[in-house]
Design a protein around this ligand. Structure first.
Ligand code: GZL
Length: 320
C-alpha cells in the first residue's frame, strides 16, 4: 500500500494541477535556476514551469549555467523588473547576503528551492528543501546494514563544492557510518553532480585503488552514480555486485540501474519544490500568511527490493 501511495503521490507531484489557484493568477515570478547538470535538475525545471502555468503565474526563467554570478545578475534583473516574487535555487551556500538585501529592500519575497544559503533567514521568506543531512544518513545506514560484518572500503562522489546538499549529504553519511568501524571512506572527490564528471572521477578512483579494493560507491546524486556505473563496467567489474552503489535523487535511470542489478539503493528527492513554494506565496498574497522558514519535502529509500521497473515506467510516463 505504501509503495502504491508513494507512486500515486509521485504521480500527483509530477502531473499538472487542474484547478487554477486564484491567489497567484497574473503574478510575475522570477526563477533563477542553477542549470541542467542532472536529470533531477531538469525535472525540477519542468515541474516548476508546469506548476506556474497551471496557477496562471508568469514565470521569468533564468538558467545560470552553474555560475553564481549569473544567478546574482538574474536576481538583480528580476528586482529591476519589479517581479512579485523570486524563486532561487542557490548553486552554492555563501555569497548571497548583498543581493538578498536588495530584494528585501525592494519588498520582493524570495523563496529558496532545494538548496539552502548561509545568510540570515530574514533575507528569504522560506526554503523548500529536503533534509539533506538525513538523506546522507539514510544512504549511510543502508550501507552499514548491507555490509554488516564485512570490511568495506568506500569511494565517495561529492556534489558541487560549497553547495548545501554536498556539505550536508557528506555529513549525514559520515554520521551514519561513525559507529561502523568496518566501513571506511578511502577516496572522496567532487563529481559536480554530473554523469560525465562522475564517470571521470570514478575512473580515477578505480585506477588509484584497484577495483578489487573498492567495496562501495556513495554518490551524492544518481547522475554521478550512473556515470560511475559506466566506469565500473568498463573496468571489467560488476556494479551492484562487486561494487555496491548507493546514491540520492531516485531519478528514472537509477531505478532502471537497480532493476538491472547494477545499483543497489537511492533516496528519493521530489522534483516538485515549486508546488509548496507557490502554495506559500498564494497564502501570503491572499491572506498575508507567512510560511515557516523551512518547508521540508519527503525523503524515501528505494532499494532493489522495490519494483524498480514499474517505478521507472511510471516516472518516465509522467515526463520525468
Ligand atoms: C539537492 C539538489 C541536487 C540534486 C542533484 O537538493 O540541489 O542538485 O540532488 C542536483 O541532482 O544537481
Amino acid at each position: 500500500m505504501k509503495l502504491r501511495t508513494t507512486l500515486l503521490a509521485t504521480a500527483v507531484l509530477l502531473a499538472p494541477f487542474g484547478a487554477m489557484a486564484a491567489g497567484a493568477q497574473g503574478k510575475t515570478v522570477g526563477f533563477s535556476q542553477i542549470g541542467s547538470e542532472s536529470g533531477w535538475r531538469a525535472a525540477e525545471t519542468t515541474v516548476t514551469k508546469q506548476q506556474a502555468e497551471e496557477r496562471g503565474i508568469d514565470l521569468k526563467f533564468a538558467d545560470a549555467q552553474q555560475k553564481q554570478e549569473n544567478q546574482i545578475k538574474a536576481l538583480r534583473g528580476f528586482i529591476a523588473q519589479g517581479v512579485d516574487a523570486i524563486l532561487l535555487a542557490p548553486v552554492v551556500a555563501t555569497g548571497w547576503d548583498e543581493v538578498l538585501e536588495e530584494a528585501k529592500d525592494a519588498d520582493i519575497p524570495v523563496i529558496l528551492l532545494d538548496r539552502k544559503v548561509d545568510a540570515p533567514d530574514d533575507l528569504y521568506m522560506t526554503a523548500v528543501t529536503s533534509d539533506t543531512v538525513y538523506e546522507g544518513e539514510v544512504a549511510g545506514k543502508w550501507l552499514v546494514d548491507h555490509e554488516a560484518g564485512k570490511d568495506c572500503r568506500v569511494v565517495e562522489l561529492q556534489g558541487t563544492t560549497g553547495s548545501s546538499p554536498a556539505i550536508d549529504r557528506k555529513a549525514g553519511f559520515e554520521k551514519a557510518i561513525a559507529d561502523a568501524p568496518n566501513i571506511t571512506i578511502v577516496r572522496s572527490q567532487t563529481g559536480d553532480f554530473t554523469r560525465a564528471q562522475g564517470k571521470v572521477v570514478m575512473e580515477s578512483f578505480l585506477k588509484a585503488e584497484g577495483a578489487a579494493n573498492i567495496c562501495a560507491l556513495y554518490a551524492h546524486n544518481d547522475d554521478m552514480a550512473v556515470g560511475a556505473i559506466q566506469a565500473i563496467k568498463e573496468a571489467g567489474v560488476k556494479p551492484g555486485e562487486d561494487i555496491v552503489v548507493v546514491a540520492i535523487d531516485a531519478v528514472p535511470d537509477m531505478h532502471l540501474a537497480m532493476s538491472n542489478g547494477e545499483a543497489n539503493a537511492t533516496v528519493e528527492l521530489t522534483p516538485n519544490m515549486a508546488g509548496p513554494a507557490f502554495d506559500a506565496l498564494e497564502a501570503y498574497w491572499t491572506e498575508g500568511t507567512m510560511p515557516p522558514k523551512w518547508i521540508q519535502t519527503e525523503s524515501k529509500l528505494y532499494t532493489v527490493a522495490d519494483d524498480n521497473k514499474a517505478i521507472y515506467d511510471m516516472k518516465k510516463s509522467l515526463g520525468y
